[in-house]
Design a protein around this ligand. Structure first.
Ligand SMILES: [Zn+2]
Length: 194
């Protein structure tokens, strides 16, 4: 479960997480005690009770609205991109082309047509990317989440670790890679709303 400071109306991107509502509330109050000292000191005990109630409301709402995060993209590493392009185009008829963005070389793998919002037209199909192999990783599936910061926290709480820290990708999103409890590398993506 999680609660964002901004849910409480405070201009702050802190995310409190926990496995129970009480844990989340405790995390939020201890954050507020440090980060929003001035605001908190002006609150009466009644105000604090009201705030706790508000938190309960948000937590109940978000628990009810919790939807599974979906796999939206895949990545295939290559030691020799030209050779891999040749392989995937001859075997699966995939189109692989250089992504028009600054930064490290990245190739888009097109397996399915997309609409104006870049969403696959055909249900159940996704596109992918190719880059130079960084470590010994195999293909990586990329999961879309609402909050990358919250997801990275949950990864660590659940026994995983962050293996590639959060990075900004152009003006379209935030991306990080994590390792699950089994040693697999999984990509985690958050769209940036324009
Ligand atoms: Zn805050």
């Amino acid at each position: 479960m999680q609660l964002q400071c901004s849910d409480l109306g405070w201009k702050c991107d802190f995310v409190a997480t926990g496995t129970t509502a009480d844990e989340v509330k405790t995390a939020m109050f201890s954050h507020a005690a440090k980060a929003h000292k001035a605001l908190l000191s002006k609150m009466t005990e009644e105000d604090k009770k009201r705030m706790a109630k508000k938190m309960d409301g948000f937590l109940a709402m978000s628990a009810a609205a919790a939807k599974p995060d979906k796999v939206v993209h895949f990545e295939i590493p290559a030691d020799n991109v030209a050779r891999a392009q040749q392989f995937y185009s001859s075997v699966f008829s995939w189109q692989i082309s250089r992504a028009p963005m600054p930064g490290p070389e990245y190739y888009l793998i097109t397996t399915t047509a997309t609409d104006k919002k870049n969403m696959p037209v055909e249900a159940g199909s996704i596109n992918g990317g190719m880059m130079k192999r960084m470590a010994k990783e195999g293909p990586v599936v990329v999961v879309n989440v609402n909050s990358l910061d919250a997801a990275l926290k949950k990864v660590q709480q659940a026994g995983g670790k962050v293996v590639m820290p959060k990075m900004q990708v152009g003006d379209i999103g935030l991306y990080a890679r994590v390792m699950d409890t089994e040693g697999n590398v999984i990509g985690v993506w958050q769209n940036v709303k324009k």
